[in-house]
Design a protein around this ligand. Structure first.
Ligand SMILES: [Zn+2]
Ligand SMILES: [Zn+2]
Length: 270
């Protein structure tokens, strides 16, 4: 049915160490943070708002249009949010989530903004991650295909692609690698500002992918090594970028001095 090796039972959970996606500490008691990015805001006190349909999460405008929303940012439904992407992230503790939120820019808007507009397109303004504390949103319970642990999911999406050809070349940070990018569209490495020269890895992948359920970067990395595959994952926490996990990911993070052992290489969506 597919190229992925059948796993004989789940891996012993104790075998796979999992690391916090924020600080890199070993995770002893899994704590999932739910983080979403916003595409837009709706200000329901604006004169153009006719009605808020809470059941169907729709706002009707006096000019005849309507807007769909995902959740309310306050008790009175004065400000409604439109979700861009929503993810679960494995962290070591609630305190680590607090540290993360304190380290990023907070979204602020004038309390009078509703007088000027009925809605705001966030994607055009800036990217703002937002914690889901206090916001009710349904979570699915999924089962990790590697360790068998159950985890709450807000829709983080993992796709696994078979690597059909791979090459490594010596190269420099921020310089075009000496590989045929038509043949190898993905080039990843552990090179950085500090570690300017070394090996780059170039990958050609199968065009078909399989959707997978993984609880952590660490289980995804396990699968990548086992199946010789490239795994993509979307990440709101990492500024809404797309991450790549390959069998060399642990080496890349070692070279990068990154204590999040299996942190993906992140790129902006094209
Ligand atoms: Zn942590
Ligand atoms: Zn797992």
């Amino acid at each position: 049915m597919n190229f992925f090796k059948k796993i004989a039972g789940y891996q012993d959970c104790r075998e796979i160490k999992k690391y916090c996606e924020v600080c890199g500490s070993l995770v002893k008691n899994p704590y999932y943070a739910f983080i979403i990015s916003l595409r837009g805001l709706i200000f329901t006190k604006n004169n153009n708002i006719q009605q808020v349909d809470e059941l169907n999460k729709k706002v009707y405008l006096k000019d005849g249009g309507s807007l769909s929303y995902s959740f309310s940012l306050d008790e009175n439904n004065d400000v409604l949010g439109i979700t861009h992407r929503s993810n679960e992230h494995l962290l070591c503790s609630e305190r680590c989530e607090d540290n993360y939120h304190n380290s990023i820019k907070k979204m602020v808007w004038s309390p009078e903004i509703y007088k000027k507009t009925d809605s705001l397109d966030i994607k055009e303004v800036c990217f703002y991650p937002l914690g889901l504390t206090g916001i009710k949103k349904d979570k699915d319970i999924k089962k990790c295909e590697i360790c068998g642990d159950k985890y709450p999911s807000l829709g983080r999406s993992w796709s696994e692609f078979k690597i059909i050809d791979k090459n490594s070349v010596y190269g420099k940070y921020n310089e075009r690698p000496d590989v045929d990018l038509n043949h190898y569209p993905f080039v990843l490495s552990g090179l950085s500002e500090k570690n300017k020269e070394g090996l780059l890895y170039a990958y050609k992948i199968d065009s078909n992918s399989i959707k997978r359920n993984f609880c952590s970067y660490d289980c995804a990395f396990f699968s990548s090594k086992q199946n010789n595959s490239l795994i993509t994952v979307d990440s709101v926490l990492e500024k809404d970028r797309l991450g790549f996990i390959v069998p060399e990911t642990e080496d890349f993070n070692f070279d990068l001095d990154n204590n999040i052992k299996h942190r993906p290489s992140f790129m902006h969506y094209l």
